[in-house]
Design a binder for this molecule. Structure first.
Ligand code: GSH
Length: 80
């Protein structure tokens, strides 16, 4: 995987936990975690680039993808 992957999330969000659990179960690696509750810059980037304050959001080479199930389906396709 040569794409840059960044998951914007926060720990209390159940939809984020759904993605994080799939990451653990499938041992997907190379995904940088951005906790928007701990990182004000990441929080601002999410809204500036993504256009809305919603997590989880996976940035693929800087392009935002929302919706936990879409993110998991995409990661399954890309990372197996
Ligand atoms: N259908 C979305 C739901 C995501 C969602 O509702 N996320 C909540 C947190 S659990 C959110 O971002 N709320 C807005 C906010 O926290 O500002 C998904 O499956 O990813």
């Amino acid at each position: 995987m040569s794409k840059k992957l960044e998951l914007y999330y926060y720990p209390e969000c159940p939809y984020c936990q759904r993605v994080l659990n799939a990451m653990r179960k499938n041992r997907w690696e190379g995904i940088e975690l951005k906790n928007i509750h701990a990182d004000a810059e990441a929080d601002a980037t999410l809204v500036r680039v993504g256009g809305k304050h919603q997590v989880p959001c996976l940035f693929v080479d800087g392009v935002p993808m929302y919706e936990s199930l879409d993110i998991i389906a995409w990661l399954e396709r890309e990372l197996g």
